[in-house]
Design a binder for this molecule. Structure first.
Ligand code: HEC
Length: 209
């Protein structure tokens, strides 16, 4: 009888301990079994684990820290990511300043004067064709005649080789890709500045043929 009670007692104790780990809510996710299956040990830009002692029992380094502590307590919100210095201006991958032409009629007019910064090289045209085929061909057609597959369903696609558009500058095309125009949507978020200049070069080539 005594033995039986003891066994029952052990089970109750085990159940209490196990269920105690299930308490979760708010910022506390509950006790985790094998936390390295949930959390990256590598630094992450955003905060993952802010409790410095979290997982300390698994840490073999004996540095008093949790094995899974991977944040920077000196940064706001313990993020690993740092904010850029005040007044920093983003540069593109090749060191250019971002395009700051305004998205209005004045911006469009001024864009005519922009000069394509890329060299006059066959490789630029080649890459321009590749990018045009990915981003523009389905509307404007392989040769720019405004006869892409989408143009069947999407009326008003411009013929880039027509008299109205033949004379536009590469800067104008760059601006139109960036912000869109009329019925054409903006492509600035999909196509980088360097890619836009490559496409503009290629569109001029299409217009010559
Ligand atoms: C979803 C279809 C679609 C896609 C994709 C598209 N365009 Fe257009 N594009 C249009 C339409 C429609 C117009 C006519 C806009 C208007 O005048 O209302 C136009 C007009 C233009 C014009 C003439 C602007 C002017 O001055 O009148 C240029 C240049 C141009 N597109 C270039 C491009 C390039 C380069 C790409 C690829 C990066 C591209 N478009 C992708 C639909 C598209």
């Amino acid at each position: 009888m005594q033995d039986m009670r003891m066994k029952q007692g052990i089970w109750v104790l085990a159940a209490v301990l196990l269920l105690g780990g299930c308490k979760a809510g708010g910022d506390y996710q509950g006790m985790e079994y094998a936390p390295n299956m949930y959390h990256s040990v590598a630094y992450e830009p955003l905060t993952q684990i802010t409790d410095e002692g979290y997982g300390v029992m698994f840490n073999s380094l004996n540095n008093g820290r949790g094995e899974y502590y991977n944040t920077n307590k000196f940064n706001p919100f313990a993020m690993n990511m740092r904010l850029p210095a005040p007044n920093t201006v983003r540069r593109t991958a090749n060191g250019w300043l971002p395009y700051r032409g305004a998205n209005d009629t004045t911006g469009l007019r001024l864009s005519n004067k922009l000069v394509n910064p890329l060299p006059d090289a066959p490789s630029i045209l080649e890459q321009g064709k590749l990018l045009y085929d990915i981003n523009c061909k389905h509307c404007h057609g392989a040769k720019g005649a405004g006869d892409g597959k989408v143009a069947d369903k999407y009326p008003g696609v411009a013929n880039l080789t027509g008299d109205a558009i033949k004379g536009v500058t590469e800067g104008h095309i760059f601006h139109v890709i960036t912000y869109g125009k009329g019925l054409m949507g903006a492509h600035g978020s999909q196509v980088s500045e360097e890619e836009r200049w490559k496409i503009a070069r290629y569109v001029k080539q299409l217009q010559k043929n």
